[in-house]
Each structure stands twice: as C-alpha cells, then as structure tokens.
Write a protein of this length. Structure first.
Length: 476
C-alpha cells in the first residue's frame, strides 16, 4: 500500500496507564489501566473525519476484568488480581477501530515502566496501519517476575499508542511539493515510484525484524521469549529526473515456529530472509527478516535477483536474524541486527551466558553479513561450524549435526549462521548488511543496534516488525 503523506500531520494519542499498587508479601494485585485518546487538530485534516476508538476488550489469561468506559469509548480499563508468585501473568486485549470516512490510521505502541524488578510488561499491536472501517488488536501482558515481596511494591506503567492520520493515494503522485512524503509499507511485492518532477529526493529504508522464538515451556523448564534481531536503517539523497522510475521492495518480518513438529518450516521474510526449520517440539525458532531496497533501470524483483545488476541498486537496509531457544539443552540465541556495512552478530547464551565470537576465515566473517561468492558454503573452525549467506539472501536453516536453526537476515550481503558450537547445534541467524550505492547516492547505512528515526518520526533502537520505505522531495 502506497500512501502519500504531507509532512503536516495531526497527532492522536492513546495513553495507556497501568498502575500496580498495594502489593503485599507473596501477593500482588494490578488495577487501574486507562487508555485515553487525546486529539489535537491541524488545518490539514478534518478533525471530525478522524475517529479511532475501542470496540471490545477482553481478559484472555488470568483473573480480572477489561472494559470500555460507558461514556467515552476512547478510554478502557484493565483491573487484574490474583498474581501470587513468580511466573504468574495476566493478558488483556483491546480491539481498536478506525471509523474515519476516508483517513487511514498509522499506529505505534510504546510501553515504559518504573519497576522492572518485580514486573515485566509486554505489548503487541497486531497491525500498525488500519484503513477506514478496519480494526486491529492491542495486547498487554503483565507478568510477575520476582517473589517473595518483602515490602509494598508499586509500579507505574504507561503504554502509548500514537495514531497518525494519513491521506491514502492508490496511484503515483502527479505532483509533489518540497518536503512532501511518499510512503511504502510491506505488501510482499514490488512497488514503483515515478518522479513527478526533477529534483533531489531523500530515500529512507527500514529493514524488517527477524522472527521471534516464542516462550518455550516443557515440564518444570521454561525458556523466555527471545525477540528477533531488529532491522537496520539506510538513508541517502539522490537526484531523479522527471518520469524516472524507482522500484521499491519492502522487507517482511520473519515468521516463528512455536513447538512445531519435526520438519516444519517457517518461510523467511520477503526479500531475502532465511527460512527456519524445526527438529522437535521443544525448540523454538524464527526465520530471518527481509531487506528493504530501492533500485532503478530494471525491475528484477527481490534483491537477490540483482547479483548481475548491482549498480542498479541505490540503497539497502538489512533485515534482522531469527532467534532461537531450546528446552532440552537450556540455552537461547538472539538473532543479529540487520543493517550497517556488515550486519550484526547473533549471540548464543548457555547457562553461563557464553557469547559466540565472530571468527575470521578466508577474509569472511561469521555473523557480520559477509558472504562467500555463490553462497551455500560452510567452513569448520575448531568446534564451530558456519554457513554463509549470499548476495541478497540470508542463509536458510538446515538439519545439521545436532539440531536445526533459525534463519538469517536478508541484505546486500545476506546474514550468516553458526551451525554448531561446543558440540551443540541450533542457533540464531545474523543480520544482513545494508548498502549505499555511492555512484548515485550520498548517504549512510546504520545497524539495528543503534538508535535512529522511525517511520513515525520518533527515535527507535533498531526497527521492529515489517520493513518500511519513504521517499521525500527535498529540493527542486
């Protein structure tokens, strides 16, 4: 979906306030969750036409109530009780609807808490973009992570959903003014931008996040949720002539395998993410996130198809690697972040939190997005076995010596993988690298381990979810 967006925008804020109060020894109660939408108008959007509100609420896990204010459907409540020990949690869900006549809503969700010692708060927004008449699901999870409580504990948690109105455009812009924006979100296909005027345009690309390794429980053993590696960010300025076509491919977030049977496959995120493969129901893994790129001259589709036309590629933001956890051996592995010139390491933690270090062989570096020409090759270095990615494609998981793996991230150089270390198989994938074509573009590529601007004009450390792309006219 392409969206033409003027840089003047009205902000609509959903404020979620979670208050946890009066926690006694060995017992905890949670109450007072308020979701409040405050609306500030601008001249660019008809305020009466932008309506976003709660439709339904529900407690899916735990004991308590979730409700919507009878007099104001922009306010919801979450009253929870009955958490008594470490590992107890409650989950509330809220359906948010865009009831505007013709304005899309672009959503982002941020959670902050002042008591990380006793409580963990997780949040998820099912879809961060809803057109008029569409709905999305917001999920909040509050988990008790420490007991007993030796004194009264209070936690204040704020979760904020920002809903930006955007003007939909199903066709290429006929004209643009300086600082007008043209946005591209994940569609799973190639899109195109035709420059309406000759001028300098800023290209921005956000790579997709790698797939998560879901929470893993078997008997009295538990492995926590492991988030997939974050996507990188690339930005640069390029001169385009009127009528020149830019092909835009936005990467898709990696998928996850959750207690899946042996042989189950999770496809890699669109545009180069490596696939994940399950070997038993007690290991969870995610596939690699896809890269986001801009190209000219030839519409060849995914980045991997430009191996013989590399100069056509203007800009690439690398995708993050998929993550992994294992109950039988009790270890977990974080997918590496995408982006930057090399992509980032995957990290393996055993009980002793051992980190797999990047090792060098024949000029190529594991986990840093570099590739052996032709891909599909692996080298054995002492006890460590590596599989390298290839141009535009993160390496897929394989059934290896002692287990299976997550997928690596897509990128200019697809992410690599550590297949085995210390005699143990089953690892996360590294991130794919970013790229700037300096023949045409003045810019930079940034790793997802760093902080940069998000598509919603806020700061983010690595990009979460599907990739994103933006073109801004900055000078005529």
């Amino acid at each position: 979906m392409k969206n033409s967006r003027n840089n003047k925008r009205l902000q609509l804020l959903l404020i979620v306030l979670i208050a946890v109060a009066a926690l006694g020894i060995g017992y905890a109660s949670i109450s007072g969750v308020n979701l409040i939408i405050n609306v500030n108008s601008t001249a660019s959007v008809d305020q009466n036409n932008f309506k976003v509100y709660f439709v339904t609420s529900n407690i899916t896990t735990g004991t308590g109530t979730a409700s919507i204010d009878e007099n104001d459907n922009t306010i919801a409540y979450f009253d929870m009780f009955g958490l008594t020990k470490k590992g107890d949690y409650a989950i509330a869900t809220y359906v948010v609807r865009n009831d505007s006549n013709s304005v899309n809503a672009d959503l982002s969700l941020i959670v902050n808490t002042n008591n990380n010692e006793y409580f963990k708060v997780s949040e998820q927004i099912e879809r961060d973009f809803i057109m008029p008449g569409e709905e999305t699901l917001v999920t909040l999870k509050v988990e008790m992570i420490k007991t007993p409580i030796s004194s009264i504990e209070t936690v204040n948690v704020s979760a904020r959903i920002k809903a930006y109105p955007t003007n939909e455009s199903n066709s290429n812009p006929d004209s643009m003014n300086v600082y007008d924006l043209y946005d591209f979100r994940y569609t799973g296909s190639v899109e195109q931008f035709i420059a309406p005027v000759s001028g300098t345009y800023r290209l921005e690309a956000w790579g997709a996040q790698g797939g998560d390794a879901p929470e893993n429980i078997s008997g009295n053993r538990k492995m926590d949720f492991v988030e997939g590696g974050k996507g990188g960010y690339s930005v640069g300025n390029v001169f385009l002539k009127k009528g020149q076509i830019v092909y835009v491919v936005v990467g898709g977030k990696g998928k996850e395998l959750n207690n899946s049977p042996k042989g189950a496959i999770a496809k890699g995120g669109y545009n180069g993410g490596g696939a994940a493969l399950s070997d038993n129901t007690r290991n969870n893994q995610g596939s690699g996130g896809g890269a986001t790129h801009f190209a000219i001259n030839n519409n060849l589709g995914e980045l991997k198809n430009y191996n013989n036309n590399q100069d056509d590629v203007l800009l690439v933001a690398g995708g993050g690697g998929g993550s992994y956890n294992s109950i039988p051996i009790y270890y977990y592995s974080y997918g590496g972040a995408g982006g930057g010139e090399n992509g980032d390491d995957a990290i393996v933690y055993f009980n002793t939190k051992y980190r797999s270090t990047a090792l060098i062989s024949n000029g190529f570096i594991y986990s840093q997005g570099l590739t052996i020409p032709g891909g599909g090759q692996y080298a054995v270095l002492s006890d460590d076995t590596y599989l390298y990615g290839s141009f535009g494609k993160g390496t897929d998981a394989i059934i290896n010596i002692t287990g299976t793996d997550a997928g690596a991230g897509g990128g200019w150089y697809g992410g690599s993988k550590l297949l085995k270390t210390r005699g143990v198989g089953g690892m996360a994938g590294s991130g794919g690298s970013g790229h700037v074509n300096t023949n045409y573009v003045d810019g930079q590529t940034i790793s997802g381990t760093n902080t940069f601007i998000s598509p919603n004009f806020e700061s983010e450390t690595g990009h979460s979810g599907d990739g994103y792309a933006r073109i801004t006219l900055i000078n005529i």
